[in-house]
Ligand binder design. Structure first.
Ligand SMILES: Cc1ncc(COP(=O)(O)O)c(C=O)c1O
Length: 321
């Protein structure tokens, strides 16, 4: 990062950013890529550049795009979300008269299908390429674009034993994050056709994402993208170990449901209140997100080694005891 060759990326004058964008496009098998500050910004400019104001997108009711991006679909894009049932994978559950509104005088037809891989809220669940391809075909047949929120797409690729490019091939655009499992400090990329990426570049400028000297963090992104994915395999193994170790401690957990690096547990309220448990875990040195209802999310990543994991399990058990 200290040695990165830098410039003003608003003028497309930063060679390190240009290298990162070219590599990202190649890795994803898309024509072009755009560096943005975050996954949220990548999803946002993907919408802005493909769905016009007043349009509609089909999205899982538990998707990050729908639930956790501060309402930007409505607030920034002027887009209506038409949520489908969490985890739905069959075309008839996603595309039906009430979501598509193909021939309605009262509604615009839906413009885009958004998928999430891996699915954060579903516990890091992977979407196999066959499912993506079937849903993408059905979307195209109805004139829709297809976008994948692939914040953790490499986790899915590793878990499914395939490549990210294969998983995203059925989609027009994909956002992925450098700063989650891949371990870079900042940044995400939107990848897709040149025409969409050029449009997204203008929208990025509009939302304040044009950057000078971005090569400083793009350099870390290059390391992350060239670094191989062995670490992710280890993170997945650690997640499984955690799930197996916590099973039977009184927390409600299904180790078989852990596919990647995210472990959700349910806390039986009759035994302990979720907020109190989190406070005690943090006091014991195990940092965990605030509870959502009765659910806690643990996420494994490159800064948690196998021996850290064993130590964390020991401390969590201590708190539960
Ligand atoms: C599935 C998914 N999409 C998008 C994002 C947003 O990424 P960022 O936090 O970089 O805006 C996240 C963040 O956790 C995520 O889990």
């Amino acid at each position: 990062m200290a040695d990165a060759e830098v410039g003003d990326d608003s003028y497309r004058d930063d060679p390190t950013v240009a290298r990162l964008e070219a590599l990202a496009a190649e890795v994803m098998g898309k024509e072009a890529a755009l560096l943005v500050l975050s996954g949220t910004m990548g999803n946002l400019v993907a919408m802005l550049s493909q769905v016009r104001n007043g349009g509609a997108v089909l999205v899982d009711e538990h998707a990050h795009i729908f639930r956790l991006e501060s309402g930007n679909l409505a607030g920034v894009c002027g887009i209506t979300a038409r949520p489908f049932r969490a985890g739905a994978r069959a075309a008839e559950d996603v595309f039906h008269e009430e979501s598509v509104f193909a021939n309605s005088r009262m509604h615009r037809p839906a413009d885009m299908l958004c998928l999430e891989n891996t699915h954060n809220f579903a516990g890091g669940r992977c979407l196999p390429v066959e499912v993506t391809a079937t849903l993408a075909d059905a979307a195209r047949a109805r004139g829709m674009h297809v976008h994948i929120d692939g914040a953790r797409i490499f986790n899915a690729a590793v878990a499914l034993g395939t490549t990210a490019a294969e998983l995203v091939a059925p989609a027009d655009t994909i956002t992925f994050c450098l700063s989650k499992g891949l371990g870079a400090p900042v940044g995400s990329l939107l990848c897709g056709p040149v025409s969409v990426i050029e449009e997204a570049r203008r929208w990025r400028q509009m939302v304040g994402g044009g950057m000078r000297q971005a090569g400083v963090f793009a350099a870390a992104g290059l390391v992350a993208l060239q670094g191989g994915w062995d670490q992710l395999t280890e993170d997945h193994a650690n997640a499984k170990t955690l799930a197996v170790a916590l099973n039977g401690t009184g927390l409600d957990i299904d180790p078989a449901a852990v596919e990647t690096n995210i472990v959700y547990v349910r806390i039986p309220f009759e035994r302990i209140e979720a907020g109190a448990l989190v406070s005690r875990l943090i006091a014991a040195g195990v940092i965990v997100n605030p509870p959502k209802g009765d659910r806690l999310r643990f996420v494994l990543h490159r800064d948690v080694s196998r021996s850290d994991m064993d130590e964390a399990i020991r401390r969590i058990r201590g708190v539960l005891d």
